[in-house]
Ligand binder design. Structure first.
Ligand code: TYD
Ligand code: MG
Length: 493
């Protein structure tokens, strides 16, 4: 990260790492600083102004004692009114914060930013929405498409890419929020390089950071990020902003998941779920219902798990497919589940539950683009694998909750009661849970759902997938007791 002293003013070619911003006079295949491969981009560059340091550096020359610093309004947050967004932000937007929203092109960042701007406008705060990609007319078309009615009189739109001009507008207009769509289009005339180059992105980010902190003006920065990191710069930005939100989604489904990779003012566990519809991004208050909506009735390899996303229980389907391999090295493909965790579960299934999976290709995927990083999802993943291997389905109204240990034991998970209530609310009848935890349910209280307790993974497999003599599979239209319960249809169908 070191910078050589600015002795020459002549523009010169340098190679910058698009991941960490490391600068080198020579091309490199692997960044000597952060170790990433193929991140070198060539830029011709003049030295930025002497004050352009890294991070926030002002105001004040001397340190301040904590009790001297004015503390009023520290807890102030502006709720945007979009519940799913507020949840991820940690309760609302913090004045003076720099928030980055990243995501693939076309995922819905501009739509979300415009909805947020309008929501804040509706509560009387003015917003300047600067777009370097779209004309004001296009912004208006989008606003009409998403039927924005409230807050339009507080929403200002400008097409501009020159950062100095934007900041002058901010000074004269004095908005409560500045939205920049996107940072890759910003340009500082004092620097060499086209918009989107590492230097421009980094220096524009720094300039905005200072500006935001000095004036207490929150800034929402939109950043395009592509999977292969082809866009130079954004990752250096992540270190300097207060919060990094990612909008991701499954292109086939309309779901969009907003999560925080970093948040100085809140938890990074929360996610917000949206659905992209013809009339904009619409919040999904009950994501479990949405995630389970497309679930096939009863299928081998499908298990519903009750995970926690931050403070909220989330029920989602894990699917596994285990099939004999035609390769020397069997395939292991995981989507939504950590590949290493899958390898551990496969080894435990092989060794402790005596399922010979080593000659099989294994594919695991989680519905709706959700990532299950929680150990509590282990049991569901393992049961899905066992279910596909045996070609036997779990009953459609069962859920699985539990961590699997290396000895094949089931371990208790936090917040079991909340997961169970959510499962019961969605019409599930039985939960497979670690045995140690069922004893903790006070005797006076009946759990909201029947508990099938198991001490080990192989016991759980026996409980959930009892070995039956081969019987013809029931037709899907057959009598089904779930259908009689309100809400039960959703969970299983
Ligand atoms: P957009 O917000 O422009 O994405 P980004 O800023 O991340 O590039 O969203 C573009 C996509 O969203 C585009 O494919 C059209 C779709 N869309 C809808 O389906 N409904 C809507 O109401 C809007 C505004 C966009
Ligand atoms: Mg856009």
């Amino acid at each position: 990260m070191s910078r050589k002293p600015a002795t020459r003013e002549v523009a010169r070619a340098v190679f910058l790492c698009s991941a960490c911003g490391n600068e080198s006079p020579k091309w490199f295949g692997r960044c000597p600083h952060c170790g990433e491969w193929n991140t070198a981009v060539e830029e011709s560059r003049a030295r930025p102004a002497a004050g352009a340091a890294r991070g926030y550096a002002g105001p004040g020359e001397k340190p301040l004692r904590l009790d001297e610093i004015a503390g009023e309004g520290l807890e102030e947050r502006w709720a945007t009114g979009i519940g799913e967004l507020d949840r991820v932000l940690g309760g609302g937007l913090v004045p003076g914060s720099l928030v980055l929203i990243g995501g693939d092109p076309g995922i819905g960042k501009s739509t979300l930013a415009l909805e947020m701007a309008a929501a804040l406008g509706g509560s009387g705060r003015s917003v300047l929405y600067v777009s370097g990609e779209e004309s004001p007319r296009q912004a208006k078309m989008r606003a009409e498409r998403i039927a924005l009615r409230r807050g339009l009189d507080h929403l200002w739109v400008q097409s501009e890419i020159e950062l100095d001009a934007i900041l002058r507008q901010v000074e004269s207009l004095g908005p409560s929020l500045l939205v920049i769509d996107s940072i890759q289009t910003l340009h500082l005339g004092s620097l060499e390089g086209a918009p989107g180059s590492v230097t421009q992105v980094r220096e524009c980010g720094l300039r905005l950071l200072r500006f935001a902190k000095e004036r207490g003006l929150p800034v929402l920065l939109i950043v395009h990020v592509t999977k292969d990191g082809a866009v130079a710069g954004p990752r250096t930005l992540e270190h300097m902003v207060d919060a990094v939100l990612y909008l991701e989604g499954d292109a086939r489904h309309g779901y969009r998941i907003l999560s925080a990779a970093k948040n100085r003012f809140g938890s990074t566990n929360e996610i917000g779920v949206f659905e992209m519809r013809g009339d904009g991004l619409v919040e999904v208050a009950n994501p479990s219902e949405l995630l389970l909506r497309d679930r096939a009735a009863v299928a081998p390899g499908s298990v519903v798990v009750a995970a926690m996303e931050g403070t909220r229980p989330l029920l989602t389907e894990v699917q596994a497919l285990v099939a004999p391999t035609h390769f020397a090295n069997p395939q292991r493909v995981a989507q939504g589940v950590d590949g290493k965790r899958l390898a551990v579960l496969l080894a435990v299934l092989e060794k402790r539950a005596r399922l010979s999976l080593s000659g099989c290709d294994v594919f695991v995927s989680v519905a709706g683009g959700i990532r299950l990083d929680e150990p509590a999802a282990d049991l569901g993943v393992a049961l899905a694998l066992a279910s596909s291997f045996r070609d036997a389905a779990l009953p459609a109204d069962w859920v699985a909750i539990g961590e699997v240990g290396l000895a094949g034991e089931l371990r208790p998970v936090p917040q079991l009661d909340r997961r169970l209530s959510e499962a019961a609310r969605l019409g599930f009848q039985t939960a497979v849970v670690p045995r140690s935890r069922t004893e903790e349910v006070p005797s006076g209280e009946t759990p909201p759902i029947a508990l099938a307790a198991a001490g080990s993974l192989s016991e759980a497999i026996d409980v959930a997938l009892p070995k039956r003599p081969a019987e013809p599979r029931r037709p899907a239209a057959g009598p089904d007791r779930r259908a009689e319960r309100p809400g039960g249809g959703k969970a299983g169908d």
